[in-house]
Design a protein around this ligand. Structure first.
Ligand SMILES: C[S@@+](CC[C@H](N)C(=O)[O-])C[C@H]1O[C@@H](n2cnc3c(N)ncnc32)[C@H](O)[C@@H]1O
Length: 475
């Protein structure tokens, strides 16, 4: 069933009995079942690493897109496009290729907003324990303005590829990815992180409006199994958190077994160290979703959104932990020598008029040059990381070649060989075509920009701009 079509949903009686006592007084079970059969509004989050909200609003006006602000996220909007534009998927628009926005359900924007409310995430060490496809990781990195370090972990191999693609498209430079069952963090990196986000794997009931089959395999026993996985993960998150640190536990599910009861279980394990932070003032109207413990239990009928649950927890004291470090002894990168640094910097200066940023340190593995966030350096060797920072360039016989991801992340600071292209030209590039040009000489590597944001690496040749997009991005 397409997402924008409604279907009448039928819920298991056992499920309705489980949730009914938790529906707030101002609402009803009937409101819940009624809205569950209606389609979800489309929403996006502006990627402020690439464009300001004000500039995005101007672009939206040019494109004839109508934006309605989402009350809990200053960069979030419900979006309506003219019917004639709907045949082009939102994910295939030039602005999306350029990473100017992320397609994200409105209520899924709440957890990072709750984590950063009253706290400054800039320059801090964050862990996102279950992060693919990356909506909340990319949101957190934007809130951090690419400073500090964000460890984005994901268990599933196929989903980690999508996560990586989103990290690159959105221009994250402060991220290191790991690929583990997140229950290891409490033992491997105890009391290390300033902030942790656990957007837990869950039974996904809150997604009923976009997936009418969300209840196909629902059963009380599978819900209980998921809840026990969630308890392992929330404990790991809490152990990985520094004393004084804060964490978010969230799900896109509505039953109490996977939500309130997981948080209360954590409090029973660490009664002297768990404090629930009340989220009733997160935004105007949040009080309609707040529970007696200060969690947000977002029923889809309250804000006309997906169902969600968000809890914010402070670790008020150190707790006993068992350190079982999993150190990496054979770290394959070495810091660049002065000669290597000078050579790559000379290439970047000649080609793009760009000096390497002080926020990052240059590392080398064979012929690959990488930029690691400075704040990541103390973590080197502490565990195995899948991918750290940004792959900057490769050294070939003929010289250096910059990577697509470095272009997507850093070319805001490039001062030459940038060329602004149109919506149609972006579509041509992502369809695998070269672009015509009036160049009368070979100009070497160039960056195609869309509304001042990088969108692709090109090679300027006489008469054409050769498409250097990675093969996997061509549609
Ligand atoms: C709710 S989704 C995360 C969505 C993501 N935070 C976002 O906003 O885009 C939960 C993720 O947890 C992953 N996962 C499941 N079990 C896990 C585990 N034990 N450790 C780490 N990740 C796990 C799933 O593959 C899934 O990608």
């Amino acid at each position: 069933m397409p997402m924008n079509q409604s279907a009448t949903v039928s819920f298991p009686a056992e499920y309705l009995a489980l949730i009914t006592p938790y529906i707030p007084e101002h609402s009803s079970l009937q409101d819940f079942t009624r809205i569950s059969s209606t389609p979800l509004r489309k929403s996006i989050r502006v990627n402020t690493l690439k464009i300001s909200v004000e500039e995005f609003k101007q672009l939206a006006e040019q494109l004839n897109w109508q934006l309605t602000p989402i009350p809990w996220c200053a960069s979030g909007f419900w979006l309506e496009r003219p019917t004639e534009q709907e045949k082009l998927a939102l994910g295939s628009t030039a602005a999306h290729f350029a990473g100017l926005f992320y397609i994200q359900e409105a209520s899924s924007m709440m957890p990072p907003e709750a984590l950063s409310c009253g706290a400054n995430l800039s320059g801090k060490l964050l862990l996102d324990m279950a992060s693919a496809p990356g909506s909340k990781s990319t949101q957190l990195a934007a809130i951090m303005n690419n400073s500090g370090v964000l460890i984005a972990n994901e268990l599933s191999s196929s989903r980690i590829k999508v996560l990586n693609a989103n990290i690159q498209r959105c221009g994250l430079t402060n991220t290191a990815m790991t690929h583990f069952n997140a229950d290891v963090f409490g033992e491997w990196l105890p009391e290390i992180f300033d902030f942790v986000q656990l957007d837990a794997p869950c039974s996904g009931e809150g997604a009923i409006r976009k997936d009418p089959l969300a209840f196909k395999n629902w059963s009380l026993s599978s819900t209980n199994q998921i809840a026990s996985l969630q308890k392992n993960l929330i404990k790991s998150a809490f152990l990985a958190l520094k004393p004084g640190g804060e964490m978010i536990y969230s799900t896109c599910t509505l039953n109490p077994l996977e939500n309130q009861q997981v948080c209360l279980w954590l409090q029973q394990q660490f009664p002297d160290a768990v404090e629930f932070i009340n989220l009733k003032n997160l935004f105007n109207g949040a009080e309609k979703a707040v529970t007696e413990h200060g969690f947000l239990h977002v029923w889809p009928q309250i804000f006309d959104s997906e169902g969600f649950f968000v809890a914010k927890i402070r670790k008020t004291a150190a707790v006993p932990f068992e350190f079982k470090g999993k150190e990496q002894t054979n770290f394959p990168f070495t810091p660049a020598t002065k000669k290597q640094f000078n050579l790559v910097e000379q290439y970047l200066d000649n080609q793009f008029g760009w000096q390497l940023p002080a926020s990052h340190k240059l590392y080398v593995r064979d012929n690959e040059y990488w930029l690691f966030p400075q704040a990541f350096i103390p973590l080197i060797g502490k565990m195995r990381f899948q991918r750290i920072g940004v792959k900057l360039a490769e050294l070939f016989k003929f010289g250096f070649k910059i990577t697509h991801e470095a272009v997507m992340s850093f070319s805001d600071d490039f001062t030459k060989n940038l060329i602004e292209i149109t919506d149609e030209q972006v579509s041509e590039l992502y369809a695998g075509k070269d672009l015509k040009s009036s160049l009368n000489r070979n100009s070497g590597e160039m960056v195609a920009m869309y509304h001042s944001a990088p969108v692709a690496l090109l090679k300027g040749l006489k008469g054409k701009l050769k498409n250097n997009l990675p093969r996997e991005l061509i549609r």
